[in-house]
Design a protein around this ligand. Sequence first.
Ligand code: TRP
Length: 343
Amino acid sequence: MDTTPEARSRELEERIAVDPGAFRILTGDRPTGPLHLGHYFGTLENRVRLQRAGVELFVLVADYQVLTDRDVADRLSEYVEGLVADYLAAGIDPSRATIFRHSSVPALNQLMLPFLSLVSIAELSRNPTVKDEIATSRQSAVSGLMFTYPVHQAADILFCKANLVPVGRDQLPHQEITRTIARRFNERYGPVFPVPDALLSSAPLLLGTDGSKMSKSRGNAVALSATEDETARLIKRAVTDADRRITYEPETRPQVSSLVLLAALCQDRDPHDVAAEIGDGGAAALKKVVTDSVNEFLRPIRARRAEVAADRAYLRGVLAEGDERANAVAERTLEEVREAMAS
Ligand code: TRP
């Protein structure tokens, strides 16, 4: 039997198509800046697709996770509201999805305590994603939160008994910790939690305009909220190569290919066709195609975003409503946990 995460994800997609109502998704983002095209094609588009298929969505603004790799949460309320605006612009429907944040749901955070008792220090130390984050962290000392946030993430997922978590590869070690915690809790105290599955997204990786990983903090990504001029300027600076013939060869020409791919995703076409059409036009022609494709693709999303962002009372209302729903769910789960642990 093929037990790779890919095979499992394909199997899950088939089950979702048959019975979407059997699934509850928890997913989220740290409010550390505006979401960009990497988020859109990597996860937002997928969330909206699953929502439209009829899966229930819980979307977490992970404000307590901001402090894992920095000492202070700068411009937090601005980023929180911006994140909600990005979600709504991308098509997440607040009448169906629950959009909420850590700091408003005390019962979720309280689950961290029993959950911490279910994992060993050795298990936490082995997590390759955390190791990598520690290695690239700007902090001189590793905080306890950095080390244990995958356990907090288990609380994010299990408080609402989500059974499906759409993730990128880097989140798989966290997902394993969540599954371990759910299993151990159930074994020790009785069946309370589902053991949630990771759903790997099939989205190909987009590089930042400087050729490195796309990142909110590196200034190398087109934000959904950027203007058309800002978009043009950023793409103009993108790293390419000297070969005038534009091709799609991700292995040997990563930067050029990532730009071709971005245009192709925006046009919903095959990247080889997009490259062939540009032909010998060189980097300038490529960048013009990319800029036009991105701006055209994002136009309706940006219009919707501007509309919701202008109404801060509405944004706050969406979040307040989501917080309230999440609180009710979290309190019920915490009560079950208390009972299971007491008996
Ligand atoms: N770790 C995720 C990120 O950095 C955010 C996140 C927090 C999350 N809790 C989660 C994602 C639970 C999925 C499930 O973007």
